[in-house]
Design a protein around this ligand. Structure first.
Ligand SMILES: Nc1ncnc2c1ncn2[C@@H]1O[C@H](COP(=O)(O)OP(=O)(O)O)[C@@H](O)[C@H]1O
Ligand SMILES: [Mg+2]
Length: 420
């Protein structure tokens, strides 16, 4: 141990100045540091007259340290990335984490023994002054001041200075973490705002759609009355166009009303087989040249859900399957017991109702967005079918999943808890 610097050396004015500069960084408590790691590295390497300044951080499992930032004084270059596993350098890492390592001559100090050949010698490092950094009050890494060249005697003053530098690095890194956390929070808040807006929009749309549908009912009744009168063929086709437009308007209003609704209808116990048989009859008109085949495993499952709502879900899925197959083909409806390992396993015993088509399928982008309200790839589509379906299914305690590949087809799977 050398004699304390304070008594044996005159205080070094350059270190004194550097310390003052470091103190300035934090002279207003609570203010974020006004320097970058780069500036700190320059200040420290100039003051200590060392070539390399490295910030090493412990990996999550603390089995290794990773070079987070390296500054070389002679070139001003920075680097990062190297990883040193603690078990490979037992002599260095044997001592507790939170201590300053002060090595005057790496060739003779036992602490440096394991580092000598693989690390220190190739880089020409002759002496080390490493001080611990902390995160949340716990040791989390080291700031390493590496002297390139032969041995050198570190003074106590230099050791203290290295500790102050490390404290500044700790604060700088914690500040970075805090800023990242704040940024994540801001992103989250923005997403929440969008969701709230969507919800408000849904309510508003439902309100408007309700009034709008009543108006359309008046229009459609009048159009139908007009149609009963003896009309010329030209006039008749105008009326048909009006009726088609009004019907589409009514459908849209209906979807919008469902989209804005946030309470379940009146859930009742539904046995699936009769429900699906009825659904096949119900959907025949809108499916045109598509046919539906129902396949069901063993016993009949029962679910608890508002019947018209489940019909709406299934009709939306069938209509999408029809569109994907260009209006003709076989759509399979497969009822199976949902397997345990599904994401939806939390449901307990569950049934899966899959609507399988061999249509155009979806690309990855579409697959990610199908449940987004107003997302549609169809001219004249509402983009509400699947948004509504998901709302209804999740209100009933279930989930809805999509599996699709372009050119092969799509499977939409509704998973609902089963009533024993
Ligand atoms: N079975 C399917 N096959 C291929 N694409 C589908 C299928 N179902 C849904 N999609 C895609 O998801 C979009 C959104 O569907 P949906 O919410 O029902 O609204 P819409 O049918 O009015 O477009 C569709 O426009 C389509 O691109
Ligand atoms: Mg649809």
């Amino acid at each position: 141990m050398s004699t304390p610097a304070w008594s044996s050396h005159t205080r070094r004015p350059d270190l004194e100045a550097a310390l003052n500069a470091l103190a300035q960084i934090h002279h207003v408590a609570g203010d974020p540091p006004q320097v970058t790691l780069y500036e700190l590295a320059r200040l420290a390497t100039d003051a200590l007259q060392v070539e390399r300044f490295g910030v090493w951080c412990a990996t999550e499992d603390r089995s290794a340290i990773r070079l987070y930032f390296l500054y070389a004084r002679s070139t001003g270059a920075v680097a990062d990335g190297t990883i040193l596993r603690k078990e490979d350098f037992a002599s260095y890492f044997r001592a507790p984490d939170a201590r300053t390592v002060c090595i005057d001559d790496v060739t003779s100090d036992p602490i440096a023994a394991d580092l000598l050949v693989p690390y220190l010698q190739p880089l020409g490092i002759g002496a080390l002054l490493d001080a611990p950094i902390y995160s949340d009050g716990l040791p989390s890494g080291m700031v390493c001041h590496e002297h390139v060249g032969g041995p050198r005697t570190w003074t106590d003053e230099e050791r203290l200075f290295a500790g102050t530098v490390a404290d500044n690095v700790s604060r700088l890194l914690e500040e970075g973490l805090r800023q990242r956390a704040e940024q994540n929070l801001r992103v989250y808040q923005r997403e929440l705002q969008v969701l709230n807006r969507l919800e408000a929009m849904g309510r508003m749309a439902a309100g408007i759609a309700h009034d709008f549908r009543n108006l359309l009912t008046v229009v459609s009744a009048s159009v139908e009355l007009l149609a009963e009168e003896g009309l010329a063929p030209g006039q008749r086709s105008h009326l048909d166009n009006m009726l088609a437009a009004v019907t589409r308007g009514q459908d849209l209003a209906h979807e919008l009303m469902h989209f804005g609704r946030d309470v379940a209808g009146r859930p009742t116990v539904q046995a699936l087989r009769p429900f699906l048989d009825n659904l096949v009859r119900l959907s025949a008109a809108s499916l045109g040249r598509c046919t539906v085949e129902v396949h069901q495993e063993r016993e009949v499952s029962r679910v608890l859900i508002d019947r018209p709502e489940l019909e709406r879900v299934m009709l939306n899925l069938l209509n999408n399957a029809r569109d994907a197959m260009g209006g003709s083909g076989v759509i399979r409806v497969e009822v199976t017991q949902a397997t345990e390992d599904r994401k939806s396993a939390g449901l307990g015993r569950a049934v899966s109702i899959a609507v399988v088509d061999t249509g155009i399928g979806m690309d990855a982008d579409t697959r990610l967005r199908v449940f987004e309200p107003f997302f549609t790839n169809k001219p004249g589509g509402t983009g509400l079918g699947l948004a509504v379906a998901r709302q209804i299914v999740s209100r009933a305690g279930g989930t809805i999943e999509v599996e699709s590949s372009p050119g092969v087809g799509t499977t939409m799977r509704v998973i609902l808890p089963v009533i024993e």
